[in-house]
Design a protein around this ligand. Structure first.
Ligand SMILES: Nc1ncnc2c1ncn2[C@@H]1O[C@H](COP(=O)(O)OP(=O)(O)OP(=O)(O)O)[C@@H](O)[C@H]1O
Length: 238
């Protein structure tokens, strides 16, 4: 059985359907890229898995390690080993970076996590988590904090956003760190070169998975094929 199974998920707001009968699964240790254009439901899917703001699908089942988690609170899901690195990192003012990384376990070596995200501990460990950190630095610290949680499933919502192109290699290294830790990773991205490091990829369009399989195949589909809501011509379900 897969670590995470999303079965026939439907999520609607009063105005519209955002996730539309979506099926998707992830195995332990698998890096699965989810690619799609703006507003196709990627972050919504991440929030549904994490249980943010008590969001729950109106239809379908989210099953983690054999357990239906639709009705679990966010902290209960976190306890099962699910973690989310937000697209816009949360800011905990008044904490030092090393304290922030070790909030849940004071015995952790904060420096090793900073190194894994390409930040020099001698420059960053004792800085405050506040507005003086740049967006890209906060993003890296957020990724380090998720690594430090040692999740079984890490959901990375656009880990590359706000980080310059030259640092793509750092992001790929971070994803590799998750892989080496044995975590499954749901990697949300717009960028094919980031998706290319995954074991598996899926393209989402208007809340539905329209293509899934080898990342190169999915990236080519995403780039070259017309897609129902991307540009008005229905794409194939290959
Ligand atoms: N609570 C809500 N109420 C109304 N509309 C919502 C709500 N949450 C999300 N949406 C809409 O659902 C759509 C999908 O949003 P979502 O953030 O999941 O997209 P995304 O694929 O992550 O986009 P991006 O790549 O731009 O981050 C958007 O049109 C968004 O405005």
């Amino acid at each position: 059985m897969s670590l995470l199974e999303m079965r026939n998920i439907v999520y609607r707001t009063p105005d519209r359907t955002i996730i539309d009968h979506l099926d998707m699964s992830l195995d332990s240790g698998e890096v699965h890229a989810l690619i799609g254009t703006n507003g196709t439901g990627k972050s919504t899917l991440a929030y549904l898995i994490m249980g943010c703001s008590r969001q729950s699908p109106q239809q379908g089942e989210i099953v983690f390690d054999g357990q239906k988690i639709n009705d679990l609170e966010i902290h209960e899901r976190a306890r099962l080993g699910i973690s989310l690195a937000w697209q816009e990192p949360v800011r905990f003012e008044g904490l030092r970076v090393d304290e922030y990384l070790c909030l849940h376990d004071k015995t952790l070596d904060a420096d090793s996590y900073l190194k894994q995200v390409g930040l020099d501990p001698s420059s960053y460990a004792k800085r405050m988590v506040d507005k003086n950190l740049s967006g890209g630095e906060r993003k890296r610290i957020e990724l380090a904090s998720v690594l430090a949680l040692k999740p079984r499933l890490a959901i990375l919502d656009e880990p590359d956003s706000g980080i310059d192109m030259l640092s793509t290699r750092d992001i790929l290294q971070v994803i590799d760190s998750f892989r080496q830790s044995g975590a499954a990773v749901l990697l949300i991205t717009h960028r094919e070169e980031i998706a290319g490091c995954a074991d598996h990829a899926s393209q989402i369009c208007d809340g539905r998975i329209v293509c899934t399989g080898d990342p190169r195949h999915v990236a080519a589909h995403y780039q070259n094929r017309k897609c129902l809501l991307c540009d008005g011509v229905e794409c194939g379900y290959e």
